[in-house]
Write a protein that binds this ligand. Sequence first.
Ligand code: URA
Length: 199
Amino acid sequence: VITAATPIDVPRDWVGLRDRVRDCQHCKLCATRTQTVFGVGVEDAPLLVVGEGPGADEDAQGEPFVGRAGKLLDQMLLSIGRSRSKNTYIANVVKCRPPGNRDPEADEVEACRPYLDRQIELIKPKLIVGLGRTAAQRLLHTDEPLSKLRGPLFEYGPTRTPVFITYHPAYLLRSPREKAKSWQDLKRIHQLLQQHDAG
Ligand code: URA
């Protein structure tokens, strides 16, 4: 188990990175996972979507967002012409399922940080969309509540990649009334990506 202060050398290519994640034992989640869930999609996509971590379905299948929340996410993306097979990459803050679907703990998020950082470096997305509080706080290095993070455009890393935060689809399944606001967010995301396509 490493701490946030432990430097770890993460491969700079997709194959090496994928292998490293598959065998990772840097936090306690490795003891309870079925398998790691690396990420899926187009490796140079303009849009990167970041979720929290694998649930039971993802842990079983090895792919992010394949359960109920994933079906909703796919519909949301499709409504703005995006999909994991065409123009989007989907990854999580942590690559291993937290037991019982609890939130990932701070040490787990930190242990996994270099992997998502490297994925972002390799993808070079034009826009990063963070889903829900865990992704928002991790991408933006903050403890602020989601209510403060959803809406404004932020920047990520030295490349100053734009970051937009919206609701997690699992939250929308529990609170369907928020879908109207989520739809506003999707339109905004679409606009931001169109600006990129045009420019
Ligand atoms: N929820 C997430 O945050 N990620 C997944 O991959 C699935 C559900």
